[in-house]
Write a protein that binds this ligand. Structure first.
Ligand code: SF4
Length: 328
């Protein structure tokens, strides 16, 4: 992902923030119902690519000459984490482990330490397994082709497509939450994508992808950035959007509220995920924690501490030795 996934809900009362000037100025013709799922047209693609050239962020993994490995690492880090938090960690990882061979040889405890607070630390383990597979099976070079990429540990449909597009500059259907949101609004006229990613959505993204290789890469990058910066989940800034003038279906329909959306953001406080993060932070600090230190993390709920400790061990993120826990 070239930017972070934004929350996937829209707050109530945010549906009328577009200045009248922007809506009237754009004068988009309301698309016919059939057009709501028609692919993005050439003029819209050009407008979004031109917007990106003016307004896209200067992120280091987008620079010329950045290796496919560095791009793969950025894509994995960005999957659950905002750009601002990823930047320092990615830079540190690249200076410590600029190639798959470097990460493959690194002590796993050090890999987890340098993952720091990016969250979902299993991603760090999978990245190291991925690096080892690249060294073992591909001579230390990130392989080409989505199918081959998907054989690597931790590389799924999204990452394989993103590496193919952004590292190897090939045509690939890249779909992240930002792209889903832009396509859902602009083509289908709905405030939010469906809860699960459907074949129809993938088809819309595939049909919208320019045929020309170079243009397809530019479109993927630009539409993803548009979703991250302008067509955001909570406060889309349609007055700044290049698609407003090209006929965004959701804008033309008066920005209707989301359909009944039962999605709720899970509270973090008190969850096992929070406790796993606390335990990992303790281990990153001293490398080891004894039982008293662990139980002190939640004196009221020792069962939660024990449950989370066991799950970290099961995930390969921690190892028990006597009564102590340490990084692998
Ligand atoms: S006009 Fe508004 S809703 Fe439509 S794509 Fe742009 S930001 Fe999103």
């Amino acid at each position: 992902m070239s930017g972070a996934s934004a929350p996937s809900t829209i707050g109530a009362g945010q549906d009328h923030q577009v200045p009248a000037r922007a809506v009237r100025g754009a004068s988009p013709a309301a698309p016919s119902p059939d057009a709501l799922s028609s692919p993005v047209d050439d003029a819209s693609i050009e407008a979004v690519i031109a917007w990106f050239a003016r307004s896209g962020r200067d992120l280091p993994w987008r620079h010329q000459g950045v290796s496919a490995w560095a791009i793969l690492v950025s894509e994995v880090m960005l999957q659950q984490t905002p750009v601002v938090r990823v930047l320092p960690r990615w830079q540190e990882w690249m200076s410590c482990w600029p190639t798959p061979a470097d990460l493959a040889d690194a002590p796993t405890a050090e890999v987890l330490r340098r993952w720091d607070r990016l969250g979902y630390p299993r991603r760090a383990l999978r990245l190291q397994e991925c690096a080892r597979a690249i060294v073992r099976e591909h001579g230390g070079e990130v392989p080409e082709g989505e199918e081959t990429l998907r054989t690597l540990p931790g590389v799924g449909e999204y990452t394989a497509a993103a590496v193919t597009a952004f590292a190897h500059h090939r045509r690939a259907v890249v779909v992240d939450t930002n792209i889903r949101r832009v396509l859902t609004r602009s083509r289908r006229g709905r405030a939010l994508p469906d809860r699960s990613y459907s074949a129809a959505e993938r088809s819309l993204a595939a049909r919208s992808l320019p045929v020309q290789q170079e243009r397809s890469v530019a479109w993927n990058q630009a539409v993803m950035e548009l979703g991250a910066l302008v067509c955001t989940a909570r406060s889309p800034r349609c007055e700044e959007c290049p698609l407003a003038a090209e006929g965004c279906a959701w804008l033309a329909a008066g920005r209707p509220a989301p359909e009944a959306d039962t999605r709720r953001r899970q509270a973090f406080e008190g969850t096992d995920r929070q406790m796993r993060g606390l335990i990992m932070a303790l281990l990153r600090g001293d490398g080891i924690a004894n039982e008293m230190q662990l139980l002190a993390l939640d004196p009221e709920d020792s069962a939660r501490v024990q449950r989370c400790t066991e799950s970290l061990i099961a995930d390969g993120l921690a190892v028990r030795e006597g009564e102590s826990l340490h990084l692998p």
